[in-house]
Design a protein. Structure first.
Length: 258
């Protein structure tokens, strides 16, 4: 874990999609900064590995296997974290999927693919926010950080209308939430990662031709890292962002300025 500066000392957080990629990096960073972290994801073994790494570093983590698309599963996991920690102060709604082999132009897109993507990427984020915010209200306030995508604001993710629509929905939901909960002391913001070197983008990172094609359109000419994204999530979750709500922070090496 990174050396702690105590930016989240005493905070209680949940992170969905905490097994891999951005969620994993965020959970590790939060723990290093003093937060107790509830780790939510479907796969038990990698979730346990993240929890062990946090605990070996002197932090506190709770592995909570759950499917974000199933309300009963997710709400039970969030309630367990709140019970164990005595409440929740931070919700990071990160879990998401991308199915480039099945997502397709709309006339070829199977309804089953559309529903599968929406169930995790949009409904899953809604449910994480719904049940996380219940505990933030009990705590008297807190922070929500949702994870979006440039695909939700730009039209360059061709052949992926399901993924793009799901991420656009997340960003619209977060803006409304920011307005709805401002008087409750709850801040809601979105991080928008571009091409990040994570397991979700492994098919790009391991194909030199495809990687060159994708990075050539990024002013920084490279993919970002999960740690670089987690740093922005940490800022938005921390008290340093006390005057920031309803905002979207793009972490994409300048891709969306082109």
């Amino acid at each position: 874990m990174n050396e702690s500066s105590g930016r989240l000392e005493g905070k209680r957080a949940i992170v969905t999609g905490a097994s891999f990629g951005i969620g994993r990096a965020t959970a590790l960073r939060f723990a290093a900064e003093g937060a107790r972290v509830g780790l939510i994801a479907r796969r038990v073994e990698p979730l346990a590995e993240v929890a062990k790494r946090i605990e070996d570093g002197g932090g506190e983590a709770l592995a909570l296997p759950a499917d974000v698309s199933l309300e009963s599963s997710l709400s039970a996991a969030i309630d367990r974290a709140a019970e164990a920690f005595g409440g929740i102060d931070i919700v990071v709604s990160n879990a998401g999927i991308e199915v480039p082999d099945a997502d397709a132009r709309v006339h070829d897109l199977e309804l089953a693919t559309w529903e599968r993507v929406m169930a995790t990427n949009l409904t899953g984020q809604f449910l994480a926010c719904k049940h996380g915010v219940r505990h933030l209200l009990q705590a008297g306030g807190g922070a929500v950080v949702c994870v979006g995508s440039p695909c939700g604001i730009m039209g360059f993710c061709t052949n992926e209308p399901a993924y793009s629509a799901s991420k656009a929905g997340v960003m619209s939901m977060a803006r409304v939430m920011a307005a709805d909960y401002v008087d409750d002391g709850i801040r809601v913001n979105v991080v928008i990662p571009g091409l990040i070197d994570t397991p979700m983008n492994e098919y790009v990172m391991k194909d030199p031709e495809l990687r060159e094609k994708w990075t050539s359109g990024i002013p920084m000419k490279r993919a970002g890292s999960a740690d670089e994204t987690a740093a922005v999530i940490l800022f938005l979750a921390s008290d340093e962002a006390s005057y920031v709500t309803g905002s979207s922070y793009v972490v994409d090496g300048g891709q969306t300025i082109m």
